[in-house]
Each structure stands twice: as C-alpha cells, then as structure tokens.
Design a protein around this ligand. Structure first.
Ligand SMILES: Cc1cc2nc3c(=O)[nH]c(=O)nc-3n(C[C@H](O)[C@H](O)[C@H](O)COP(=O)(O)OP(=O)(O)OC[C@H]3O[C@@H](n4cnc5c(N)ncnc54)[C@H](O)[C@@H]3O)c2cc1C
Length: 614
C-alpha cells in the first residue's frame, strides 16, 4: 500500500463509494483509501456493452443473494442482485436514469426530520452527477422529448461525470407512440423531469427515459468509468480490489471512535487505520452487516451472535425495495425488438456483436427500455379501493422507534398515494419478452418463445411494506439474511393490483396499440386478468425485485429509528459515517441510481465542509 497515513477509509468501491473517493481526493492534502470486495471489471465487455447487461447476473460480478421465502409472494425466494466490482451495482445495473418525484424529496426534511435534505438542497447534486446529451431539434418528436429544450441545462452547468443518452435509435417508434398515447390521456410530461425547476412541475405522466450510456462510445457510464478512471492516478488515492472488510475497529472508553477497519485480502487478515473517518458504503444489503459485525446494531441481534454491543441501533431494519410486475404483449411483425437476442439466436447475436464492435450501432447499444410513466391509480373504483385500504390499515400506534418511523412513512404515503397528482407506480416499456415467474401449474412458458414482444411493466413506487437484513452468523464470510417482507402491507397489494389491471388499457390505446397485435395476445396466459382478485394473484406470482434496496441504515432522527444523523454520522460513536443507499431514508419513486449519486455528492460536500477541504 502506497499511503503511509490515511485520512478516510471508504468501505466499498461501489456507486456511492467511488463518488466519495473522487470528491474527497480532490484535495491533494487528503489521503483516501477505498477497499472493494470485487474486482476491477472496467475492461470487461459484459460491463461495457449495454446489451450484455443480463449476462452479468449470478457471475463473479454479482453477490447473487436470495431473499428469505416471501409469505405474500406465494413463499417464493426472490433473486436479489448486487454488483460486486469497482462501481458496485452501477457496474451491473440496467442503465435507467430517472429522477424521483421532487415533492417526495421534500418529505425527507419536512416529515422525516432530516434537516437540510430536500428538493432545493438536493436538486443541484442530481445535476452535478450527470451530463445531459445534446438532442437534435429535428429528432425531438421522434424521441418523445419535444418541449424539453427550455428545461434542459445550459452547457455551463451540464458537465457531471455520468454521461447520459437517449439510448437506441431515434427511428424506433416506441418513444413517439408512448408520448402520444399518454398525451391523448392528458398524462404526458411536457418538460424534462430530470431538470424541472418549476414549483408546480407535474410529476405525473409519461416521458422518454435517459440511460447511463455514453452517447458517443455507447458504453456503460458508471461510477468506475465516470468517477474513478479519470482520476485514478492521483497520488493521494489508493483503491484496493478483492479486499473484503470484516469489521470497523474502535478505540475509547466512554464514547468509542472508529480508528480503522479489519479486512481480508489475498487470504490474509489486515488492519488499516484512518486519522479522520471510516465511511461505510457497502450498499443497503451489506452496510448493515459490517455495522453489526462491528458491534453496532440491535441488542438482540448482536447478543444472539455473541458480538459485544457498542451502540444499540435498529441497523438492518426499514429495508425498502421496488417490486416489478407486468405483461408481455405480442408485437406487430415489423416492430424492432430484442427477442432474437433474448433467445440467444446465434445469427442475431453475431450480427449484433459485429455492429456494436465495428460501428457502435445496433441492438446492443441499449437494453430496450426507453420510456417511462409516473402514474397514480387512474380508475375511479380503483381510487375508492385504495382509500378504503388506507382506512382499514392504519399505521401502528405507540412510541417504539419502528412505530414512530412507520407512522412517518404512512403520513407521506397517504399524502402522495391518495393524491391524483402524485404517482403510485412507475410504468416502463421493454422491447422484448420479459420472463416473469409463473405458477408452475399454468400454461405460461418459462423459457423464451418465438415471436416479437413489447412488455409493459410497472413498479410499486412507494411501498409501505418494509423488511430487514441482518447477519445470520458472526462469520464475516456468511451472506446476510434478507427478508424484504414484500407486500406485507395490504395497501401495497391493492395498489399493485390496480396498476396490473391498467396495463390492458395502455396496450389498447392508440397509437401504442398499433405496435401490438390486436386483439391483444399475451405471452403468459396467466397475465390475462380481469378482476382485482385475479390481479392480486398474478402480482403475488409474477413480481420480482427491481434491486433498489434502501433504508437499512436510515438517515433519520434517532427516535424515528435512525442509524445515522443528517450528516450521515452513526449515532453514539465518532469517526464513522454511512454514505450509500442504506442511508437513503425513503426509496425514490423509481430507479435509485440517480438518487444514490446525488446523495453521495451532497455527503462529500458535507464532509469537505466539516474539515475545510478543497
Ligand atoms: C441488477 C441491478 C439492476 C439495476 N438497475 C438499475 C437501473 O436501471 N437504474 C437505476 O437507477 N438503478 C438500478 N439499480 C439500482 C442501483 O444500481 C443501486 O441502487 C445503486 O447502484 C446502489 O449504490 P450503493 O452505492 O448503495 O451500493 P453498491 O453500488 O452496490 O456498492 C456497494 C459496494 O460495496 C462492496 N462491498 C460490499 N460489502 C463489502 C465489504 N465487506 N468489503 C468491501 N466491499 C464491500 C460491493 O462489492 C459494492 O461494490 C440496479 C441494481 C441492480 C443490482
């Protein structure tokens, strides 16, 4: 190791960890060490080429966890992926780059009590993370981004590390058809949702989504390529891969101070000290594990595993995630889809590889997700059902910290989910057949089938169901025990059922309906649902994780079940912060990466201010 004295040890060189590494090492007087359990895969084609993203699942680049059997999902165990490489989950994610609804961000401060964490303080950090692509005016309509020009940032403020693009060819009809379909329904976003600054910016409706894919190279733009690679020669920054942190080390009698970490590298145990701070950034499924192994966690969890308690905090509780379900509809024959690649047809794969390698064109330049819509429950009977569900399922009373936190979540959910101007689901289109799990006794195929498909999916934007992740053993090499407790709150099940039923309405509405064979033909007969009860059963069988875990070391006041305060400092000890999706107190409306980048950018500024760094 080249550094003699280390100011900051960052545990986890993932999405948030590399933002911190890059920003904190901007001050040449500061010495920063990153310890990352995974390898540097930045030259690996599976990481670089957008269309190869699914080939990374269950490989060495993926921690490949599984949930506990989920009671409300028919006892299924759900695959829970997390990136294990420099760049963490940003190195294996699906590139979708979408914003939260800005009103929801305000509740972090106003309802949850995180002073200074709101739309006005965070919006600049979202923008700081990315560069928005320039769009040829003549293509705006075809790309579904007409009307965005006025809200798109000027070049002066548009130079963040993550390079965004509108992935895929402009000539594909999906973006324009999607925009027109929702415009006809009065639900199209007229301005760019990522950059909207207007107070009354409607966050309901359809939009073309951006991807973290470099517009020129057509390669994944992620924490390692965008934040680390340009600065990795800095003398004051060391990034050690294949280094797995086991615990944080403390000194002191009354108040303990984090002084370094113990980690495994090359089969040996090492210790490294930090003069300023240890910052945990191991992601929402693993930051709790490191804290618990270090003596910070719920008393009963630590006692069970014989770990000496340093501070009793609800580490690992409050696990939030997005469930996704949907339906694959048969597309018209002339629609360009990625189904032949999904079926791994040799000729199609060969042609796509050649196009990509020779001219950075073709189907591998995107993963076929180009459109989104943030929507409330639209139907009138549906809205009444949701209101009734809220009345029948009130939040817990009582002063326990989990009860106080649940009440705060409920207050936010009630305000947003019953408001027709706030979304309860994020819809997306996928240009291939998506193989959702099916009941084994049904006729639905479990392998890719011939034909072309357009999948309409939706994710539950603001789940009330919360789960947990804890150590199952004091052995650092054991996987955490993860129980997301999906759909344990009946309100979530009602909302998902309503959105599942609305898919047919979208698929039948022109001009989108012109891209689908009519009458509609579904890939999975089981997804042909007409009643709320059928929809609930389908959701229980088909839903899977979107891998947007958050909240397990939540930034919240201690009496609300917080693990870190509004400066991300772990309560009750010194010299220790958590900066990653685990500290995000409330899952964002849709995909999480933009929020993790913004969160880490703001955290870096807070740390720099505290120590007077450049
Ligand atoms: C398959 C997949 C698809 C996704 N698709 C999208 C998408 O399209 N759009 C979107 O917005 N979001 C998406 N997400 C979510 C998004 O990528 C994550 O929310 C975000 O990247 C999490 O960032 P993080 O910094 O909290 O954790 P991570 O990026 O996971 O970083 C944590 C890092 O810590 C390392 N680590 C863990 N334990 C240790 C240890 N003991 N010692 C050392 N290192 C350790 C890990 O290897 C990892 O590199 C997806 C996620 C996955 C997994």
């Amino acid at each position: 190791m080249l550094l003699t004295s280390i100011d900051f040890v960052i545990v986890g060189g993932g999405t948030a960890g590399l933002v911190l590494a890059s920003r904190l090492s901007e001050d040449p007087t500061q010495h920063v060490l990153v310890l990352e359990a995974g390898a540097d895969l930045s030259e690996d084609m599976r990481v670089k080429v957008p269309g190869l993203f699914s080939s990374l699942m269950k490989t060495e680049a993926d921690w490949g966890f599984q949930s506990q059997p989920q009671r409300h999902l028919k006892g299924r165990q759900i695959n829970l992926h997390q990136g294990k490489a420099l760049g963490g989950s940003s190195s294996i994610n699906a590139h979708v780059f979408v914003p939260p609804t800005w009103n929801l961000l305000d509740t972090w401060d106003s309802v949850l009590g995180n002073q200074g964490w709101n739309r006005s303080s965070l919006q600049e950090y979202y923008a700081k993370a990315y560069t928005f692509p320039s769009v040829d005016r003549s293509l705006e309509t075809a790309l579904g981004v007409d009307g965005w020009t006025s809200s798109t940032p000027s070049s002066a403020s548009n130079n963040g590390p993550i390079q965004l693009s509108l992935g895929g060819t402009a000539g594909h009809p999906i973006r324009e058809a999607w925009a027109e379909t929702f415009r006809t329904k009065g639900m199209h976003m007229g301005s760019n949702p990522l950059c909207s600054t207007s107070d009354d910016a409607a966050m309901i409706g359809s939009f073309s989504c951006l991807s973290s894919i470099h517009p020129k190279t057509k390669e994944r733009s992620y924490a390692a390529s965008a934040y680390l690679n340009p600065i990795k020669d800095r003398q004051n920054l060391v990034v050690l891969t294949s280094a797995t942190v086991e615990r944080v080390l403390f000194e002191g009698a009354d108040v303990k101070r984090a002084t370094g970490v113990q980690y495994k590298h090359d089969g040996k145990t090492h210790i490294v000290s930090s003069t300023k701070e240890v910052i945990i950034a191991a992601g929402a499924l693993q930051s709790p594990k490191i804290l618990e192994l270090s003596g910070i966690g719920a008393r009963e969890v630590l006692e069970k595993h014989g770990i000496e308690l340093i501070k009793d905090l609800p580490v690992g509780e409050n696990l939030q995630d997005h469930l996704v379900s949907g339906t694959s509809f048969e597309a018209v024959d002339h629609l360009e889809t990625l189904d032949d690649l999904i079926r791994q047809e040799p000729a199609a794969v060969e042609k796509a590889m050649e196009e990509y390698m020779t001219s950075q064109t073709g189907p591998l330049t995107s993963i076929g997700i180009r459109t989104y819509a943030y929507l409330p429950v639209v139907s009138e009977p549906g809205r009444t059902i949701i209101e009734k569900a809220f009345l029948e399922n009130p939040p817990p009373v009582g002063d326990r910290r989990d009860e106080v936190r649940a009440r705060a979540h409920y207050e936010i959910a009630k305000k947003t989910l019953l408001n027709p101007k706030e979304p309860s689901a994020a819809y997306l289109s996928i240009l291939w057949q998506f193989i959702f799990p099916v009941d084994p006794t049904s006729d639905s195929p479990t392998e890719p089938i011939p034909g072309k498909f357009l999948t309409l999916g939706f994710l539950l934007a603001q789940p009330l169901s919360c789960g947990s992740v804890h150590i199952g053993s004091s052995d650092p090499s054991s996987a955490p025990v993860i129980d997301p407790n999906y759909l344990s709150n009946p309100i979530d099940a009602e909302i998902m059922a309503q959105h599942a039923l609305y898919l047919e309405d979208i698929a039948s509405s022109p001009p989108l309906s012109n891209l689908l064979k009519q009458p509609l033909r579904r890939r999975d007969p089981a997804s042909d649902i007409t009643s709320v009860e059928e929809a609930k059963r389908y959701v229980e069988t088909s839903s899977i994780s979107m891998f947007h875990y958050a909240g397990t070391c939540a930034m919240l006041p201690e009496e609300k079940g917080g693990v870190v305060d509004h400066e991300l400092k772990v309560y009750g000890v010194e010299g220790l912060r958590v900066v990653d999706s685990s500290a995000v107190p409330l899952i964002s409306t849709a995909n999480l990466q933009s929020t993790v980048y913004a969160f880490a950018e703001r955290a870096a500024d807070l740390i720099k201010q505290e120590y007077g760094l450049k």
